[in-house]
Design a protein around this ligand. Structure first.
Ligand SMILES: [Zn+2]
Length: 144
């Protein structure tokens, strides 16, 4: 079983890794103006209770991503993936949460969505903790 501490540890490693990457990119292109978009908006870790395995995911466009069936089904119950609905400002499937959960489902096919676990969600640029959005709360309603 993944502990809350393991999840938080995983997401904090992810933030460090993202910061290193952004620094590397910026150093190798010193004449390019730094952009906020160099960072993913959000990052979160997701674990599976039965195994202790923990993965992290970052927010990104879902357009070229094939979500695993159980997550796809949940997302599409809200609205088509890649679109917005009035209840939430985020694009369906763009959040870090489904990206992280998708890796759990890929690794443990048939896993029970009730046994997913999430870390807090963070904005890696500022390391600020953020609330889960309405889309994510409804997608992972058993655990968020
Ligand atoms: Zn979200």
């Amino acid at each position: 079983m993944a502990t809350q501490r393991a999840l938080e540890h995983c997401v904090s490693d992810a933030i460090q890794e993202i910061k290193r990457q952004v620094r590397r990119i910026r150093q190798s292109h010193p004449n390019v103006k730094h952009r906020i978009q160099d960072y993913p908006a959000m990052v979160v870790a997701c674990g599976y209770k039965r195994s202790g395995a923990v993965f992290w995911g970052q927010s990104a466009s879902p357009v070229n991503l094939q979500y695993e069936q159980p997550i796809k089904k949940r997302l599409e119950a809200l609205a088509p993936i890649g679109e917005k609905r009035k209840e939430c400002n985020n694009v369906i499937g763009a959040c870090a949460e489904p990206h992280a959960a998708n890796q759990v489902v890929k690794t443990f096919p048939g896993c029970n969505m009730k046994e997913l676990q999430f870390s807090s969600a963070y904005r890696p640029r500022t390391a600020q903790r953020k609330k889960y959005c309405q889309n994510c709360k409804e997608t992972f309603y058993e655990v968020l």
